[in-house]
Design a protein around this ligand. Structure first.
Ligand code: ZN
Length: 377
């Protein structure tokens, strides 16, 4: 397979011809900017090539909700490839305790097909979250941290990330227990002060979940978890649909957290890739307006903007393309400890690639050297 385009690896590498053999990138040759694509090659002089996008917060899509043990995971994996996503972490939001075993067993057994995005594991968002910052999480299902409960869940499924509120009783002990089992701890749905957030970082927390949303606000007299995340060396997850965070604020965050700490997530819901209207999240009815999902009372619940659209919008609004691409490739790969195998394009690496059209949207997605999506949307 040959691919012609302008490469962001994610650092800009200019015009290239990439050769893929089997599941690997086997050559990257510079070419003239006006060099046409060889016969049979994918892409062309107007195309942009990037590493495959990695989304660490996907609650579901295409009518499927990962908090439901009957979700069709393969359907989601195939569908996400259309948005440039080559790997993702299935996110389970706060659910009744009795539902966790079936949900985790289901996700542990689900293997994405060869024609879809890779399922990298599970992101548990809750139930150890602040009742003061529940967002769309059902308050009566929230719990105080329990290492015993978590150990049972970790034995069932490959949990990669856990979002928790560090100010809850027993939270720091849980952070240490999770870190010892190679789970990334992310601070979210939290009313923490700067000091409480800093204590969690000292205990091993590595990330913040959807900065600003579900967090005590930025305060210049009494610095909060938001202030800490912006000032620290932790990764910062943001929902980049322009609704969860105003684009002007996102621009400020990107200046503070780029190049290495910014992680753009979709926080996608079952309504992603579906018509506007009603759908469900952990059994709760939501409404889609095509960009975000909300509870009936108006509470923001997650996003419905495809990841490649979010990246396209960021670049069109003025973000440096390399910074935007880093936020969905090498940065999330590093958070997961997978930057040695994914998140960048290099000879010898697995060929997880996206070809973008001149509008920065995905036109071809390649997973493991196989075309997982090719088309015009
Ligand atoms: Zn959330």
């Amino acid at each position: 397979m040959l691919i012609r385009g302008r490469l962001f690896a994610p650092a800009p590498r200019g015009n290239v011809l990439i050769e893929v053999s089997g599941d690997r990138v086997t050559a990257i040759e510079p070419v003239a900017s006006d060099a046409p694509a060889p016969a049979g090659a994918l892409g062309g002089p107007d195309s942009v090539i990037t590493p495959g996008f990695i989304d660490v917060q996907v609650n579901g899509a295409f009518g499927q909700d990962f908090s439901d043990p009957s979700a069709d995971v393969a359907l989601v994996s195939r569908g996400l490839a259309a948005f440039g996503v080559t790997a993702y972490v299935a996110t389970v939001i706060t659910s009744p305790l009795e539902r966790y075993p079936a949900v985790l067993d289901h996700l542990a057994a689900a293997s994405s097909g060869p024609d879809g995005a890779r399922l990298l594991g599970v992101h548990l968002e809750g139930p150890f979250l602040s009742p003061r910052q529940p967002g769309t999480h059902t308050p009566t299902w929230l719990r105080e941290p329990s290492i015993e409960l978590v150990n049972g869940w970790l034995d069932r499924a490959p949990v990669r990330i856990m979002t928790l509120a560090p100010e809850l009783p027993g939270a720091l002990e849980l952070v240490r227990a999770l870190v010892a089992r190679d789970v990334v701890v992310s601070l979210g749905h939290t009313d923490a002060s700067w000091d409480q957030a800093a204590a969690a970082a000292s205990a091993g927390a590595r990330m913040g979940t959807h900065l600003f949303n579900g967090m005590r606000h930025f305060d210049h007299h009494h610095p909060s978890v938001v202030n800490f995340l912006l000032s620290s060396d932790l990764a910062v997850g943001v929902i980049a649909d322009g609704v969860h965070v105003d684009r002007r604020v996102l621009d400020l965050v990107s200046r503070m957290a780029s190049p290495d700490r910014l992680v753009v997530v979709t926080d996608a819901l079952a309504g992603l890739g579906m018509p506007e209207g009603d759908f469900r999240l952990a059994g709760v009815e939501l409404v889609s307006d095509g960009v975000v999902g909300r509870r009936r009372d108006g509470t923001l619940s997650g996003s419905l903007l495809p990841l490649d659209h979010a990246i396209s919008d960021l670049i069109t609004a003025g973000m440096d393309p390399e910074q935007a691409f880093r936020a969905v490739t090498v940065n999330p790969a590093r958070v997961l400890g997978l930057d040695g195998s994914m998140g960048s394009v290099a000879v010898g690496r697995t060929a997880d690639l996206v070809i973008l059209d001149p509008g920065w949207r995905s036109s071809v997605t390649i997973v493991g050297g196989q075309v997982a999506y090719a088309g015009i949307r």
